[in-house]
Design a protein around this ligand. Structure first.
Ligand SMILES: Cc1cc2nc3c(=O)[nH]c(=O)nc-3n(C[C@H](O)[C@H](O)[C@H](O)COP(=O)(O)OP(=O)(O)OC[C@H]3O[C@@H](n4cnc5c(N)ncnc54)[C@H](O)[C@@H]3O)c2cc1C
Ligand SMILES: *[C@@H]1O[C@H](CO)[C@@H](O)[C@H](O)[C@H]1NC(C)=O
Ligand SMILES: *[C@@H]1O[C@H](CO)[C@@H](O)[C@H](O)[C@H]1NC(C)=O
Ligand SMILES: *[C@@H]1O[C@H](CO)[C@@H](O)[C@H](O)[C@H]1NC(C)=O
Ligand SMILES: *[C@@H]1O[C@H](CO)[C@@H](O)[C@H](O)[C@H]1NC(C)=O
Ligand SMILES: *[C@@H]1O[C@H](CO)[C@@H](O)[C@H](O)[C@H]1NC(C)=O
Ligand SMILES: *[C@@H]1O[C@H](CO)[C@@H](O)[C@H](O)[C@H]1NC(C)=O
Ligand SMILES: *[C@@H]1O[C@H](CO)[C@@H](O)[C@H](O)[C@H]1NC(C)=O
Ligand SMILES: *[C@@H]1O[C@H](CO)[C@@H](O)[C@H](O)[C@H]1NC(C)=O
Ligand SMILES: *[C@@H]1O[C@H](CO)[C@@H](O)[C@H](O)[C@H]1NC(C)=O
Ligand SMILES: *[C@@H]1O[C@H](CO)[C@@H](O)[C@H](O)[C@H]1NC(C)=O
Ligand SMILES: *[C@@H]1O[C@H](CO)[C@@H](O)[C@H](O)[C@H]1NC(C)=O
Ligand SMILES: *[C@@H]1O[C@H](CO)[C@@H](O)[C@H](O)[C@H]1NC(C)=O
Length: 594
């Protein structure tokens, strides 16, 4: 979330709307002799020190047993140091700190608050992995996967640690840390997929390690005047982004990031290193492009087609009104209903609805409601399209509703990198954060403005909600290599990715329970508006009901078949993830079959 200051948990009571009644896909424990739970330290099947030492040899001495980063603030911990504590506290809101640490993640609760950098709170470290392989080669990954499989150890994958649904940390686990898999190679003119003799794909491409982060991918591709279709954060890494779909401000004009994938290298749950493309391992190639992270294997590198870096006409706009203006959401619903037409005309962007926030526009001590955002049109130096559309929107708003104020202006950028350098997502991290989201298609956005108004008002009740225009014509028409990929099919008719975020204080059970309740309330408000769409799994609620359909729709059953085939023993497990139904985390954090 950006631009606005952090929302605080609103203390208004709101009933949870009824959740879906579709029965869950159930699985029964068939093999009664397999261990009921993954090993836990101290348990009789936890691998011996010698076994861990042997793994360490196999991975070239790259096995780590990291202390939780916050331990430096706790006098009872061996790494305690008041100077180090000051530095960690100062860096706790910094995305680079968490992505550069072997075990730290961006949102506190995903380590169950078990060692925050605050001496007044407990520090057991139990929410963190026990061991970490600092992998730089597919062979390191392979060794870790085989070790976890053989020894019944819970396995996770951490990259940048950005995950909003908590998949990149887990108690009692071995973590494969892929952050340093950053080797990247440009193919300036064309790419031929491996063992695909009949195919040469024209145009520039990038092969990059799965730990490659957005800012590095953009910088490297800029050296040949191209760009990757990437996200707006700086430290988001390709691993989670590509496996989850990858939306981009360039997606409405060029397709989703995962639509641009030409080839992947993965380590399977069985420990094989495979190359996936349209000619070989095609089922896994399909599943790894949208089926989600840490489920079908570990992505070690990915090849993506690039686009010539487009010049960008950018716009900043806002429309606001006093928080007491009862017509605020009539205006907001109408403005948002224009987004499908804007996207079809070539416009994309990151608008955010704000609901009863301190007046950040003139700094006065009043409260306002409204919408603010950045829009772009790629491949043009002509501002007429953006200015014309926004002029029409302002005219309608001015003529229809009193007491609105607003502003827009345009700025030209010679290439995408120039736009990104000024407009990347600078969101702070290191707090408690729950998200809820929904993808909205044209009917949801235009059929019933009263319903849209109600949904937006509820959905932004925590202070703000994104209504990002990150899908549109090119996503709808995309022809991913190999005949398709596994992203939620609803992307092919989506215009707006709407997210609501709850930020709340640490270590307060009743507040965190309330935060969870609000997440359900937000999801329900959007489901009422758009019952037949779904949500983007990388930016969603961990507690989404009916998550199989919500995140994967009709692709779920094929994804599940592939998961069962490639990972019959559930070496990879996370939630909400494909095929996770036959295990559950117990109250103490151990992972057991259901
Ligand atoms: C500030 C910010 C901005 C964002 N902007 C965008 C955006 O513009 N567009 C967008 O689509 N999303 C965006 N996201 C969401 C982002 O896509 C997800 O958070 C994604 O999960 C991050 O992937 P990661 O690998 O960096 O993070 P991690 O948290 O390390 O990993 C996320 C998931 O992927 C798995 N994973 C990671 N690497 C691999 C791998 N090599 N092989 C297999 N599994 C792997 C992890 O196990 C976990 O399940 C943003 C998030 C933040 C916090
Ligand atoms: C059941 O699990 C045990 C122990 O993991 C394993 O040895 C055996 O092969 C499994 N049986 C089947 C039928 O999968
Ligand atoms: C792994 O081996 C390296 C090099 O010998 C050593 O420095 C490191 O401490 C070992 N890791 C663990 C967890 O013992
Ligand atoms: C914390 O941030 C400072 C700069 O703000 C940096 O110099 C320092 O290395 C960081 N420390 C850690 C542990 O990341
Ligand atoms: C992980 O490996 C990278 C690359 O070799 C190295 O630079 C880094 O220091 C290692 N991190 C830790 C914590 O060992
Ligand atoms: C990096 O990529 C180049 C070119 O693809 C390759 O030759 C090299 O072996 C890779 N290095 C590592 C460490 O993976
Ligand atoms: C990129 O564009 C710049 C400016 O147009 C030009 O000078 C440069 O030669 C181009 N570089 C490549 C690799 O095409
Ligand atoms: C190339 O050949 C493979 C089989 O080797 C086939 O599956 C694929 O569809 C072919 N691709 C094209 C573009 O003809
Ligand atoms: C910009 O686009 C408009 C509308 O297409 C066109 O009328 C105008 O001539 C263009 N301006 C320039 C400078 O090309
Ligand atoms: C709408 O009103 C605002 C402020 O009241 C004004 O700045 C703007 O020019 C008007 N826009 C149009 C298109 O009428
Ligand atoms: C116009 O847009 C630029 C870039 O988005 C921004 O920095 C600038 O402050 C804007 N001007 C006004 C008057 O808001
Ligand atoms: C925080 O994480 C713990 C442990 O996974 C979980 O039990 C709890 O429900 C989570 N709380 C929230 C608000 O997500
Ligand atoms: C989270 O931590 C609490 C103690 O603060 C503990 O009681 C609970 O079992 C932990 N939950 C998980 C899922 O580990």
């Amino acid at each position: 979330m950006r631009i606005l200051s952090l929302a605080v948990l609103p203390l208004v009571g709101s009933a949870l709307a009824s959740s879906s009644t579709r029965p869950p896909l159930g699985y029964h424990r068939t093999n009664k002799t397999a261990p009921a739970c993954r090993a836990v330290p101290g348990g009789k099947d936890w691998p011996s020190t010698d076994l861990w030492a042997a793994l360490n040899k196999t991975v070239d001495g790259r096995l780590l047993q990291p202390a939780p980063p916050g331990a430096v603030c706790h006098p009872t911990q061996p790494t305690y140091s008041s100077a180090a504590c000051t530095a960690v506290q100062a860096n706790w809101t910094d995305e680079f700190f968490h992505s550069g640490n072997p075990v730290s993640v961006e949102w506190n609760n995903w380590t169950n608050d078990t060692c925050l950098p605050d001496a007044s709170l407990p520090c057991s470290g139990e929410g963190y992995p026990v061991y970490v392989v600092n992998a730089t080669t597919p062979q390191h990954v392979q060794a870790a996967v085989r070790f976890a499989h053989t020894n019944n150890v819970r396995l996770i994958v951490k990259n940048s640690g950005h995950d909003y649904v908590g998949r990149s940390s887990a108690p009692y686990s071995l973590s494969i840390w892929v952050h340093y898999m950053k080797n990247a190679t440009l193919h300036p003119t064309s790419f031929s997929p491996t063992n695909c003799k009949n195919v040469t794909i024209p145009g520039a491409a990038l092969t990059a390690g799965a730990g490659t982060q957005m800012l590095d991918a953009y910088a490297l591709t800029h050296t040949i005047n191209h760009t990757v279709i990437g996200g707006n954060g700086r430290t988001v890494a390709l691993g989670g982004f590509i496996t989850g779909a990858g939306h981009s401000i360039l997606a409405p004009q060029y397709g989703l990031a995962t639509d641009s994938v030409l080839e992947m290298e993965v380590v399977t749950p069985g420990g094989d290193i495979l190359t996936l493309n349209e000619c070989q391992n095609t089922d896994l190639f399909w599943a790894m492009r949208g089926g989600g992270g840490s489920t079908f294997g570990v992505l070690t590198s990915v090849t993506m087609t690039l686009i010539p870096s487009p010049e960008i006409m950018g716009m900043t706009f806002w429309i606001g009104t006093g928080a007491d203006n009862t017509q605020a959401f009539d205006m907001l619903a109408w403005v948002v209903s224009q987004f499908p037409d804007l996207a079809d005309a070539g416009i994309s962007g990151y608008p955010i609805v704000f609901n009863t926030v301190k007046n950040f526009i003139d700094g006065s001590d009043t409260f306002i409601k409204g919408i603010i955002g950045k829009l772009i049109v790629p491949n043009t130096s002509n501002a007429t399209l953006l200015e014309g559309k926004m002029h029409d929107i302002f005219s309608h708003v001015n003529a229809t509703w009193p007491k609105m104020f607003g502003h827009y202006n345009t700025t030209y950028y010679p290439d995408f990198q120039a736009w990104y350098a000024e407009n990347y997502d600078p969101s702070p991290t290191g707090h408690e954060n729950l998200m809820s989201s929904r993808l909205l298609d044209r009917p949801a956005l235009t059929n019933d403005l009263d319903a849209l108004k109600l949904a937006l008002a509820k959905f932004s009740a925590a202070g703000q909600a994104t209504v990002y225009i990150v899908s549109g014509p090119a996503v709808h028409a995309a022809k991913p290599r190999g005949g398709g990929n596994s992203v939620l099919p609803v992307w092919r008719r989506t215009y707006v990715h709407a997210t609501a975020t709850i930020v709340y204080p640490s270590n307060n059970v009743s507040i965190s329970d309330a935060a969870k309740t609000f997440t359900g309330f937000f999801s329900a408000a959007m489901k009422d508006l758009a019952p037949n769409t779904g949500a983007y799994m990388n930016e969603a609620s961990k507690y989404e009901t009916d998550w199989q359909t919500t995140f994967w729709g009709d692709n779920y059953h094929r994804l599940l078949d592939i998961k069962r085939k490639v990972d019959p023993d559930d070496v990879f497990w996370c939630t909400p993830c494909v095929g996770s139904e036959r295990w559950a985390e117990e109250a103490d954090g151990s992972l057991c079959r259901v």
